[in-house]
Design a protein around this ligand. Structure first.
Ligand code: ATP
Ligand code: MG
Length: 392
């Protein structure tokens, strides 16, 4: 039994000229994701990517699991390739259909003839296969309006394909068609979700993390690397930049008013992230901020943070409730790691009474009373980078 996976594109932001670029990036992403499982042929026709194993014994369940996380694919179908004859369509498909019908009661058959020379017409294909199914699976009933399972027979140039097993894909747009962005990744729940959401819109995400040893431990950093590898299942390989931030934080603590500590720290984080983005050709910053969640995430605080930014700051969680963010983090598999109790540099010197309505003038004055530039430059120079790969 030879099985193929058919991947149907989702949203076609890709009509017209963009389509071919979209398709070739999607095929490349599919290939890369499956590479370590064995040899596959990945081809495209009629808004479908055909994934065909070229070796015996390839783990097709795992291949499907991986493809479910490739953005740009709306639906996946596990299809059976059979010889192009009615005999094969009626007789070689029964084991496969048994799997597809498991747990369901109603079905209908659809037929599509890309090859119009095939001697049997679509309605006859449907009726012959329908009768065979009723005979073979007496518990199944026909329902042409709202069937549990739709069995589709496609007659193509060389083979016939039968498919009935349909699976939801990740949706979105292929990663890499929308440029690069720099995700400020903490160890919390929100920022991994933010990275996932922006990657879903086609952006190749890199991650930047600020650490403050010895206030933050190596284990805390490893936790964040783990989160990066978890979102890499969706985002693809991720460059992970780690910034030594201790000296800057201690300096803010010593030089600036306590109630402005957080906002100044965030502005300096943004400054460093932008300098690294410039080197890496990233066009936007991405954060996990959500309006009103904490003092530094009020609109007034964001005015002060954004004033330090020369590039757009994408905040895809901005209008989500915590419970909605948690739901996504569970779905993408980062939640359990996010709730592990390690420290973050943001919580090291948090003021007792942070200003929820800081004035930009006050913040700029306080920040300008000390020349942070040499420290910023040093932090950028001492930033380390590694490539986090999910599937090797
Ligand atoms: P998260 O759950 O993502 O940690 P949070 O609700 O804890 O978010 P904050 O700690 O205020 O919120 O951080 C807001 C955003 O700033 C985070 O979503 C993240 O994008 C960024 N950020 C916070 N701490 C760090 C860090 N140590 N390194 C990189 N980015 C950070
Ligand atoms: Mg946090």
């Amino acid at each position: 039994m030879k099985e193929l996976i058919l991947c149907k594109y989702g949203e076609i932001a890709l009509k017209g000229l963009n389509k071919s670029n979209f398709e070739s990036v999607l095929c490349k992403n599919v290939k890369r994701r499956l590479q370590s499982l064995g040899q596959f042929s990945v081809t495209r026709a009629q808004s479908t990517v055909y994934v065909e194993p070229l070796e015996e014994g390839i783990d097709m369940d795992e291949a499907v699991e991986r493809l479910k996380k490739v953005f740009g694919i709306a639906k996946l179908t596990r299809a059976l390739e059979v010889e192009k004859s009615m005999d094969a369509i009626l007789n070689d498909t029964m084991d496969y259909l048994a799997l597809a019908f498991d747990g369901y009661r109603t079905f209908k058959v659809n037929a599509k003839r890309a090859d119009k020379k095939f001697p049997v017409k679509s309605p006859e294909i449907c009726s012959e296969l329908g009768h065979k199914i009723l005979e073979q699976f007496p518990e199944m009933k026909v329902d042409v309006h709202d069937p549990d399972v739709t069995v589709t027979v496609e007659i193509r140039e060389k083979h016939a394909f039968v498919n009935a097993l349909r699976i939801d894909g990740a949706g979105g747009i292929p990663v890499g068609t929308g440029g690069r962005g720099m995700l400020l990744l903490s160890g919390g729940i929100d920022s991994p979700v933010a990275g996932y959401m922006i990657a879903k819109r086609g952006v190749q995400v890199q991650a930047i993390h600020f650490e403050a040893p010895p206030y933050t431990s190596e284990r805390a950093r490893l936790k964040v690397e783990k989160l990066a590898s978890e979102i890499a299942e969706y985002c693809g390989d991720i460059f992970f930049h780690c910034v030594p931030f201790t000296e800057i934080q201690e300096t803010i603590r010593d030089q600036c008013p306590e109630e402005l500590f957080t906002i100044i720290m965030r502005r300096l984080m943004m400054e460093i992230a932008q300098r690294i983005s410039a080197k890496e050709d990233c066009a936007a910053l991405i954060t996990g901020e959500s309006l009103g969640q904490v003092a530094s995430q009020t609109m007034y605080a964001m005015v002060c943070t954004d004033a330090a930014c020369r590039m757009p700051v994408l905040r895809p969680c901005i209008g989500l409730d915590k419970s909605e963010i948690v739901e996504i983090s569970r779905k993408i598999g980062t939640f359990e790691t996010s709730i592990l109790p390690y420290e973050d540099c943001c919580t090291v010197f948090t003021p007792k009474h942070p200003k929820t309505r800081p004035l930009l003038d006050d913040v700029e004055k306080a920040q300008n009373s000390f020349d942070f530039d040499p420290l910023i430059q040093k932090a950028v120079e001492e930033t380390t980078v590694k490539l986090i790969k999910k599937f090797v």
